[in-house]
Write a protein that binds this ligand. Sequence first.
Ligand SMILES: [Zn+2]
Length: 106
Amino acid sequence: MIRGGTCPRCRTGEVLAVLRLPRSWTNTSGSLVRGTRDVLLCAACDADDPLAGPVVTYFAVHGRARPQDAALLAACLLRWIAGARPAEPDERALRAEAEAWRRGDL
Ligand SMILES: [Zn+2]
């Protein structure tokens, strides 16, 4: 998917692309659970990323995907996709939230 909405990380940048990756895990019952995990490309968060930067620059210059640039934009997106990885959970934030929940602060 290309373009849509405000970034949930920074709440200011525009989401320029979403890469949906398959994800599976085994639950406590031993069953395989299949799902997806999204990797967002944000105009603000990812502007300095070497793989996402060209896509951010493209939309900053042109504002939208232009038919005459399809090959260029596809090449930029494919470079980003090749290196895109889902964000890892912030263990410290998760522990702090769990502790706040135990204290009854949530
Ligand atoms: Zn962002």
